[in-house]
Write a protein that binds this ligand. Structure first.
Ligand code: MN3
Length: 216
């Protein structure tokens, strides 16, 4: 088995984590997310999280076979030095969060094969039940993303009890840290939108719904 092929969710098995290839071209999300932002975001920002995660995990060979999601869930109880715990939280979170982010988006223009929605009827039903309607969900999620002070993410995540919840996290904190499973994540770090939208985060959020595959 090739040790460099990550499992779904950005995990590695018995080896180093690698940058997962984007499932579309850098310009595929134009005009909503520009190609230059996508390229920098993927090849520089995400790559750096992967490299730094690998750097710190080298010190803990016993964790080499543990899926990253599980490391996150157990982070507080694993025998890891304090500084390394913070590094794994940041860079492991960055790797997991971005790996999901690329997967849930898809081409916006017909020339790139989009808009190809991968809607999940069961999820839509659950969201509707939880929020009243898809529109209400989008409104609440967008508000949560806009209200995150500084850098972070907005999430739709599933709690351990099965309930869906909308919230945001700071920095690269992963929902797995609180034993939740992320379903939809939106990166609201400035590096995700600054070239095209500058300080106008709400405009980026509004545009982003066009490239989210999971919902109509
Ligand atoms: Mn990012």
């Amino acid at each position: 088995m090739n040790k460099n092929i990550p499992a779904k969710g950005g995990s590695a098995s018995g080896g180093k984590h690698i940058l997962p290839p984007l499932p579309y071209a850098y310009d595929a999300l134009e005009p909503y997310i520009d190609a230059r932002t996508m390229e920098l975001h993927h090849t520089k920002h995400h790559q750096t999280y992967v490299d730094k995660l690998n750097g710190v995990l080298e010190k803990y060979p016993k964790l080499a076979d543990m899926p990253l999601e599980e490391i996150m869930r157990k982070l507080d109880s694993l025998p890891i030095e304090t500084a390394d715990r913070a590094a794994i939280k940041n860079h492991g979170g960055g790797h997991l969060n971005h790996s999901l982010f690329w997967q849930i988006m898809g081409p916006a223009s017909p020339s790139q094969g989009g808009p190809k929605k991968a809607t999940d009827e069961k999820l839509i039903e659950e969201i509707t039940k939880t929020c009243g309607s898809l529109e209400e969900f989008k409104k609440k999620f967008s508000e949560t993303a806009a209200a995150r002070f500084g850098s972070g993410w907005a999430w739709l995540a599933r709690k351990a009890n099965g309930q869906l919840e909308i919230y945001s996290t700071q920095n690269q904190d992963s929902p797995y840290l609180t034993n939740d499973t992320p379903i939809i994540g939106l990166d609201v770090w400035e590096h995700a939108y600054y070239l095209k939208y500058q300080n106008k985060r709400p405009d980026y959020i509004e545009a982003w719904w066009n490239v989210l595959k999971l919902l109509p």
